[in-house]
Design a protein around this ligand. Structure first.
Ligand SMILES: [Zn+2]
Ligand SMILES: [Zn+2]
Length: 181
């Protein structure tokens, strides 16, 4: 299976550092898209000064529907929201193909504490979590599991980047056989 990582709006240098951990976690081939994708401005909600995650996801879904990848994970540099949530660190098509990680608030530098290792750990957790949704995994109630829903950065920092035994089992059951694609 192949996973495509996509930069939205601007170059994101940390992206290449996610290739290896994601390849190891899922056993996917991981590539980085050569072109930066610029979503339509219609996804921006001026009243909230935030971007509409669902709108962004729909755009990406149609832009990459024929791309020869099992999953497409896009990295967005601005503040994102989703229906019912003030802010979203990520959004995914459940049992679909496309997901977004909104990394603006994940960067410790934004909170006055530049720490690239911490930033990277958060990015890996968010990426694994969103790809988990794309593969079809729901949220997990175990607080340390990567599929646990992290409401805040504190919860995100507490959980691990790995799947619990139950989610690992589900992952194996959901994943299509290698020969399918
Ligand atoms: Zn989730
Ligand atoms: Zn779990």
């Amino acid at each position: 299976m192949r996973l495509l990582l996509v930069e939205l709006e601007r170059h994101f240098p940390l992206l290449t550092k996610l290739k290896q951990p994601l390849a190891e976690t899922f056993g996917f081939e991981v590539e980085v898209a050569r072109e930066i994708y610029a979503p339509a401005y219609g996804a921006f909600n001026a009243a909230r000064s935030q971007w509409d995650g669902e709108n962004l996801l729909r755009q990406l879904s149609s832009a990459f529907q024929h791309a020869p990848y099992s999953a497409v994970l896009a990295f967005f540099p601005y503040d994102l929201y989703a229906k019912g949530y003030r802010r979203a660190f990520g959004i995914a098509e459940n049992n679909g193909k496309v997901a977004v990680v909104a990394y603006h608030y994940l960067d410790p530098a934004l909170h006055g504490n530049p720490d690239e290792e911490l930033f990277l750990r958060r990015l890996v957790k968010k990426s694994v979590h969103e790809i988990g949704h794309v593969i079809g995994l729901p949220h997990c109630t175990r607080p340390y599991c990567v599929m646990n829903f992290a409401r805040t950065l504190l919860f995100l920092d507490r959980k691990q980047a790995a799947f619990c035994s139950k989610c690992r089992f589900l992952l194996g059951a959901q994943r299509p056989a290698e020969s399918v694609d």
